[in-house]
Write a protein that binds this ligand. Sequence first.
Ligand SMILES: CC(C)(COP(=O)(O)OP(=O)(O)OC[C@H]1O[C@@H](n2cnc3c(N)ncnc32)[C@H](O)[C@@H]1OP(=O)(O)O)[C@@H](O)C(=O)NCCC(=O)NCCS
Length: 106
Amino acid sequence: MGFLSAIEVDNELHIQEISVSQQFQGLGAGRKLLLTALEHARKRELHGLTLTTFRDLPWNELFYRRFGFETLGPDEIGLRLTTVLNNEVNHGLPGERRCAMRLKLR
Ligand SMILES: CC(C)(COP(=O)(O)OP(=O)(O)OC[C@H]1O[C@@H](n2cnc3c(N)ncnc32)[C@H](O)[C@@H]1OP(=O)(O)O)[C@@H](O)C(=O)NCCC(=O)NCCS
């Protein structure tokens, strides 16, 4: 149906990718995957979750905001997430449409 891939880095869970097959989208699987990652990070007593996503797709930035993720400004992003965003641009993604987000747990 879908998957969520994440790695633990700098005491945070970084969500690398979340994807649900088109035929199963809109049925709550994405929400469940994200809540599972959140629960995992809480159990591991991590400081938060991070990700990068598209600013202008309703099922990206806005979707994550509803879970408590905040879009990071230039002075909040830090080296790790700046590197992730730069690598995305190097792989052809439009940098002006991408953003980094964090959900703080502690
Ligand atoms: C983003 C994605 C993982 C969400 O998974 P999903 O199973 O469709 O999501 P859910 O059914 O759990 O819905 C979660 C929320 O997203 C919203 N949503 C999902 N698809 C949407 C769409 N096409 N347009 C607008 N909103 C959408 C739902 O309204 C829902 O919000 P609500 O619960 O407040 O009503 C899935 O749509 C997907 O794989 N998209 C393509 C890949 C992608 O964009 N991945 C994220 C990269 S950062």
